[in-house]
Design a binder for this molecule. Sequence first.
Ligand SMILES: NC(=O)c1ccc[n+]([C@@H]2O[C@H](COP(=O)([O-])OP(=O)(O)OC[C@H]3O[C@@H](n4cnc5c(N)ncnc54)[C@H](O)[C@@H]3O)[C@@H](O)[C@H]2O)c1
Length: 318
Amino acid sequence: MPSRVLITGGCGLIGSALVRRALDSGAEVLVLDNLSSGNEDFLPDDDDVEFVQGDVCDDRLVGELVHECDHVVHLAAGLGVGRIVERPTGSLRQGLIGTEIVARHAAVQRRPLFFASTSEVYGDSEGEALDEDRCVGFGSPDRVRFTYAAGKTAGEALVFAYAHEYGLLATVGRFFNVTGPCQEDAVVPRFVDQALAGGPLRVHDDGGQTRSFLDVRDAAEYVWRLLPASPRGGLLVNIGRDAPVTILELAQRVRDLVDRRVEIAHEPPAYGEGFVPIRYRRPDTKRLVACTGYEPQHSLNDTLRTCISYRRAEHTPR
Ligand SMILES: NC(=O)c1ccc[n+]([C@@H]2O[C@H](COP(=O)([O-])OP(=O)(O)OC[C@H]3O[C@@H](n4cnc5c(N)ncnc54)[C@H](O)[C@@H]3O)[C@@H](O)[C@H]2O)c1
């Protein structure tokens, strides 16, 4: 197992949960984060955690930090549909430049690498479970929404290129809607905040879009179990929970857990004209379960309760 892990983006949702999981196993953690969306306060106060504020596009710094560790987890990315639509170049630059830098140093210094990719690379579907052998295909690059998927697809290709040419031990994990308490710019925290504020919960379109949510604690467990599994030639694996719900049902669950009197309002599709919504997203998790021997331990309602109590405490004046 890893004894000292570099986690880029370690101050974010998945990163901070993974830091905790690594500490539970007795590993030391080095976190590199530019705090663009993450928060240093999400890191546990522990002597085995070292935080470096910096950017994954800083070639020299990344090289030094990779040298200090025996495994590398590359999570740093600018994400969230709202942020991507507003600043597509930032998202794409990190996908391309940051990932190239991290993958190159991991390859040259012979450190196994985990790279966080996304279910966005699959684009839309008919609601079937999406498996890793399916061809990626999102949409035309003139729609800015797809810059994130394009950057991640290029990142995957870079990682696999280093695996083939330089023998990099690599795992590429495609996350499907991971959620947890310290998340921003995503549907679960938005609904929870709207419900706590007395409503209404704002559902775009008819609310029939489906998503499969994975609790961040389960996501961290999966990444941790995948770290020693990096095979020669690379492993590509979905990381998610095959339990789709419609967005309307998600809103109803949040409302029922917070206050049944809160209203649900339907609004036009999000992000204005020209935005391409993704209707269905559902992971095939056979490979994930076979590689890790692990099934998610947290139900959606369990995850929602955790998010609600966290955000209720955050919003209550102290
Ligand atoms: N949460 C999800 O549902 C989901 C879905 C698909 C893919 N992913 C991928 O998983 C990874 C982690 O996602 P998350 O949900 O924890 O997001 P997050 O925004 O909570 O965390 C990302 C972290 O990266 C940091 N960061 C961003 N750009 C950086 C840079 N250039 N240099 C250093 N640090 C930088 C941010 O400050 C933040 O702490 C990302 O690569 C994301 O694309 C997440």
